[in-house]
Design a protein around this ligand. Structure first.
Ligand SMILES: N[C@@H](CCC(=O)N[C@@H](CS)C(=O)NCC(=O)O)C(=O)O
Length: 398
């Protein structure tokens, strides 16, 4: 069992999580409060610097994010994330070190004034200096990517994962379209990587800023962004009424299990729901007209859930059975799924049951769709748009 301590959207943790995705390793993200949990005696005993990300493995603790990512990558050598031979392995290390030097050291100047405006003020000259320094590195990347699809070899390695994770927040927040315009090969590579499922699952869809969001008077791009400064290191903001942070799936599942759905869990859900990183889907069993018995239909759903084990980190589903046992067509199965990413995850699509269900994407901006989601999560309300039968029972994938 692997436990990774981090706050959401930490690029140092993201690279390790993407490596774990490629390696098909399941990693737990325990509830973690920066500034509190990393200062506790138990944490400091394992990780004396109190820094995150920090990983607990069956063999013991590992700190320093490059080592954590390397650990996951190396667990599955067949995936080639560390390179396919000794020389490639050194090249991967070279680019990892390059990315560490090139990007993270500029975060305090370029990103912290955005995320922690109370603690960091924007310094124009410092920011300009940081951008100039970064350009040298980006020029090198651009030249390399003019002739190469990826940083090392013909496949994604930890070099790409690390560099992409470190560049994304800079392009999202601090380096606008004009700054990025000379880097067409780099942009092609970024999009190629970001479109891969493991990246999608961890980072979700990314929007790069037109103008920098830091060091500007609030205007055009920034007026829709309400920054909510929660603690010195955790970040949270909302765009168009939705969160733009990745919802903590474990936290949502805890809320759903432990609080009243209508009055507490659903308000929390919409508060944290981020439509660029999550998607909602309605599904219907294709052979409802053959279903006779509620217990057999319930078993059908339980079996489906059991076979979806790898999906647990990225999905939440509430499936309802409608009707009563009787002749064929007496029972119906419908449900709503929440997935990380904009598509139905591969693990769902590759499941043997997938073909028996019809999926359609829901629009969280559409009031009817929102109500449908709420009714499915609460197991009550008006379902007349999908069936005339009453709710019989529900099953939750969490
Ligand atoms: N070299 C370390 C840096 C880790 C680091 O600086 N983490 C920050 C958060 S992203 C932290 O834990 N800061 C709290 C502290 O320094 O006390 C790594 O890559 O893991």
């Amino acid at each position: 069992m692997y436990k990774l301590y981090t706050y959401p959207n930490n690029p140092r943790a993201q690279k390790a999580l993407i490596a774990a995705e490629y390696a098909q390793i399941s990693v737990q993200l325990p509830k973690f409060e920066m500034g509190k949990d990393n200062k506790s005696p138990e944490f400091l005993k394992l990780f004396p610097l109190g820094k995150i990300p920090a990983l607990e493995t069956p063999q013991g603790p590992i700190s320093e994010s490059p080592a954590i990512a390397w650990y996951f990558a190396k667990l599955r050598p067949d995936k080639g994330l560390c390179g396919n031979n000794f020389f490639e392995e050194c090249q991967v290390q070279q680019w990892i070190s390059f990315a560490e030097d090139a990007f993270t050291k500029h975060y305090p100047v370029l990103l912290y004034p955005h995320f922690m405006p109370g603690n960091f003020s924007f310094q124009e000259q410092e920011a300009e200096k940081a951008k100039q320094q970064m350009k040298r590195y980006l020029d090198v990347l651009e030249a390399h990517l003019l002739h190469n699809t990826y940083l090392v070899g013909e496949r994604i390695t930890l070099a790409d994962i690390t560099a992409v994770c470190y560049i994304v927040p800079l392009f999202r927040i601090a380096l606008g379209e004009t700054f990025r315009s000379p880097y067409s090969c780099l942009m092609r590579w970024l999009h190629t990587c970001l479109n891969k499922q493991p990246f999608q699952r961890v980072i979700g869809s990314v929007q790069f800023c037109k103008e920098p969001l830091v060091g500007q008077k609030k205007s055009a791009d920034t007026t829709t962004v309400q920054e909510k400064h929660e603690s010195t290191t955790s970040q949270s903001s909302h765009v168009n009424g939705f969160s733009n942070e990745l919802m903590d799936m474990n936290e949502w599942k805890r809320k759903y299990s432990n609080t009243d759905t209508r009055t507490e869990a659903l308000p929390w859900f919409w508060e944290h729901f981020n439509p660029s990183q999550l998607s909602l889907w309605y599904c219907k069993y294709k052979y409802n007209d053959e279903l006779e018995k509620t217990f057999m239909s319930a078993n059908l759903v339980s079996g489906w859930f059991q076979r979806l084990e790898p999906l647990r980190k990225y999905a939440f589903g509430s499936i309802l059975l409608f009707g009563q046992s009787g002749p064929p067509g007496s029972v119906e199965i419908h449900g709503v799924w929440l997935f990380v990413g904009q598509d139905i995850p591969k693990d769902m699509k590759e499941g043997v049951d997938f073909d028996a269900y019809e999926f359609s994407k829901l629009d969280p901006n559409n009031a009817k769709d929102r109500t449908l989601v709420e009714n499915f999560f609460a197991w009550d309300g008006d379902f007349s748009s999908i069936t005339q039968k009453p709710v019989n029972q529900g099953k939750v994938f969490k």
